[in-house]
Design a protein. Structure first.
Length: 192
């Protein structure tokens, strides 16, 4: 599962029996090196090929390496601290100013989160193989319990699996899949 993934070293891999939602089947968690975790739903081990599992691990590792879990805490914190400070300095305009800025700031944070997802997908595809990442996303999409109808893309923190696949395909458009160190060999998969 972690064979073709570099840098798993200091990250602890944990298998979880049941995930709360289908979105949380793989998660990177933790800020301090040495206490960083990567959670993967046990069920996925039986459902995905070894390369696809490696791609999921590589995706989550990219989040950890780029301090994405820290960003998810720090970005809202910066705003709240700034707002509190503004209210102390100038109560009325601080309160109003923060209220006006909260929506655009939140939209910006959501856009950053979606970008983090796409970057993690590309990093995993470059490391493990484009086909493996697409296989993983297709499977997650097919077995997802999420409703995509009524969803507003620019309000969401995560792009849909379909959007992520389309983005990967666009990224690799015109390039032979072989370029991306793919470990699949025509339908035959080693299951771990
Ligand atoms: Zn992710």
């Amino acid at each position: 599962m972690t064979d073709s993934v570099d840098g798993i070293g200091r990250v602890q891999l944990r298998l979880i029996e049941q995930s709360v939602s289908s979105r949380s089947r793989a998660r990177a968690w933790g800020i301090v090196p040495g206490s960083r975790y990567l959670f993967v739903a046990e069920r996925l081990l039986g459902e995905l090929s070894a390369p696809a599992l490696s791609a999921i691990v590589a995706h989550e590792l990219h989040h950890l390496r780029r301090w994405h879990p820290l960003g998810r805490v720090v970005l809202p914190a910066i705003f709240l601290i700034g707002w509190a400070w503004a209210i102390v300095v100038a109560p009325l305009s601080g309160l109003v100013g923060g209220a006006v800025l909260v929506a655009p700031y939140w939209l910006m944070v959501m856009a950053i989160e979606r970008r983090m997802e796409r970057r993690a997908d590309i990093a995993a595809a470059e490391q493990v193989g484009y086909e493996a990442m697409v296989e993983a996303l297709r499977h997650l999409d097919e077995t997802s319990d999420e409703q995509s109808s009524g969803r507003i893309a620019w309000l969401a923190s995560h792009p849909t699996f379909a959007e992520r696949i389309a983005h990967l395909e666009a990224e690799y458009d015109g390039e032979p899949v072989d370029n991306a160190k793919s470990t699949t060999d025509g339908g035959h998969h080693d299951r771990s």
